[in-house]
Design a protein around this ligand. Structure first.
Ligand code: MN
Length: 132
């Protein structure tokens, strides 16, 4: 079964880039542009992995992650924070909020695919699909 990845991100360029990389690698991509709608979509679709922007227009990504991790139905889903905040302690804040991993922006294709594969428990990169 194709892995389903939810990306919660309010920046259209980042969304477009990550969507393209993930789809070309054969993943299903679900999208939300706000924290609350992202949490709601996660509850509805139960994705295999969540990529979480930290700066969002309503609740921030750390708060959204805390809500996901407070739900017994959703807490098992790995959440990888994706953020441009290179400030000292940012990574620690993400982990403290319950994030399972961390990716720095700008997103690099190989790093993204490696991280996704790791959290999905895959030892090899998935075959490319034509379903873009
Ligand atoms: Mn943002």
């Amino acid at each position: 079964m194709t892995a389903k990845i939810l990306y919660i991100e309010d920046n259209p360029q980042n969304m477009r880039l990550v969507r393209k990389i993930l789809r070309s690698a054969g993943y299903d991509v679900l999208e939300a542009t706000e924290g609350l709608s992202g949490v709601a979509l996660a509850a509805r679709e139960v994705p295999d992995l969540i990529l979480m922007d930290v700066n969002l227009p309503d609740i921030n990504g750390l708060e959204a992650t805390a809500r996901l991790k407070a739900s017994p139905q959703l807490s098992w889903i790995p959440v990888v924070a994706v953020t441009a905040n290179a400030m000292h302690g940012d990574r620690e804040n993400c982990i403290a909020a319950g994030c399972d991993g961390y990716l720095a922006k700008p997103v690099m294709k190989n790093e993204l695919l490696q991280t996704v594969a790791t959290f999905l428990g895959q030892s090899v990169a998935p075959l490319a699909s034509s379903g873009v």
